[in-house]
Write a protein that binds this ligand. Sequence first.
Ligand SMILES: [Ca+2]
Length: 117
Amino acid sequence: MCRDGYRLRGDKKTCMDIDECAEQTSGCEQNCTNSVGSFQCSCNDGYTLEKDNTSCDISKRLDVECKKLTCEYGCREEGAGSFVCFCQSGYVLSADKTTCEGKQMQTWMFKGVLWDF
Ligand SMILES: [Ca+2]
């Protein structure tokens, strides 16, 4: 038997390091560095590693990036490192990408019933 972080080689006698990063068992949210007998998670610039040592906290980054955007309603991350404004439900983002406007209602007549989309 091998210690945690190691597994038995094909020869059934010696132990080898498990590459948790390559096998994607590390649970790291962003970056993973394999080490002998263990591994270490790390986060992209602007994020901080949380207490669980796997998750990355975006709140600091979100604060900074969202202040730049001056969204009317809210701001969130979309994809890695890009930030966008969003609107409360029933509203859509205007062409300026920061303010919100009422959703255009499209009304359809279908089988004698009015449908709002
Ligand atoms: Ca390892």
